[in-house]
Design a protein around this ligand. Structure first.
Ligand code: URA
Length: 245
């Protein structure tokens, strides 16, 4: 069954033949392009000062989680069932950042456990990665009601916690899943289809140097737009190549 799912994914990635006439190094399909980026400014209000203060006093991920759980400045926390902080290994060099929990994640208190998460797991497995060995989190730790688009205000209130989380994790690489994670971390207003597939350097307050980040499509977008899986596969190969064997 797993083999069948993996085969189907290969077809979605665009595999249409088992062998080409000439050897083809697909790991070197695209040279990594690099661009400087910085954290995007979002409009902030009074509660945001408290969010920055709370986030920046956390000395480790457990303290940050506790600070977030006690923060009532973002109204999303009132409608969510659970705080969805992170899943995986905090010592991993690779951190994946998605958008916001959906219904399943809200129920479980864990990121990417619904349909998007199942696709994400298969995508990771296709390049030999296991979600337990990396760290997965989201821009927003609470589900927006009915999965509506989060407001700039909500994003601004959660951003200090996300940035502090990344600073505490000190990852070697970031994989930005979708437009929102890409926008808040790179500060670019260009669309995800332009930004995906190129490494950018992201400045994180508190870290001595920029962190290389690769924007790619969000798994939920890939579920709606199977034709985009071909590009997502290229992005995964870039990631695999960068991480090394
Ligand atoms: N989509 C996300 O961006 N994050 C999740 O945790 C689940 C779905």
């Amino acid at each position: 069954m797993n083999a069948l799912r993996a085969l189907r994914l290969q077809l979605d990635w665009g595999a249409d033949e088992a062998l080409a006439e000439a050897p083809h190094d697909r790991l070197n399909d695209r040279a990594p392009a690099r661009a400087k980026a910085s954290v995007a400014p979002f409009p902030a209000n009074g509660a945001s000062a408290r969010a920055w203060e709370l986030a920046n006093t956390a000395r480790n991920p457990a303290e940050l989680r506790a600070a977030l759980a006690g923060f009532d400045g973002c109204s999303l926390s009132a409608t969510a069932t659970n705080l969805v902080f992170a899943d995986g290994n905090p010592d991993a060099g690779l951190v994946l950042i998605g958008e916001a929990p959906g219904a399943e994640e809200d129920r479980a208190g864990l990121p990417f456990v619904g349909p998007s998460g199942q696709l994400l797991d298969s995508m990771l497995a296709s390049i030999g990665l296991d979600r337990k060995k990396l760290l997965i989190t989201n821009v927003l730790p609470w589900r927006p009601p009915g999965n509506r688009t989060p407001t700039d205000q909500e994003i601004a209130l959660c951003l200090p916690f996300l940035l502090r989380h990344v600073a505490l994790l000190r990852p070697r690489h970031l994989l930005l899943l979708g437009a929102l994670a890409t926008r808040v971390l790179t500060g670019s207003s260009q669309g995800i289809s332009r930004l995906r597939g190129r490494w950018v350097e992201v400045g994180i307050p508190g870290l001595p140097g920029p962190v290389p980040a690769l924007p790619t499509y969000h798994p939920a977008y890939l579920l709606r737009t199977p034709a985009a899986k071909r590009d997502a596969w290229r992005d995964l190969l870039l990631l695999r190549r960068r991480l090394g064997p």
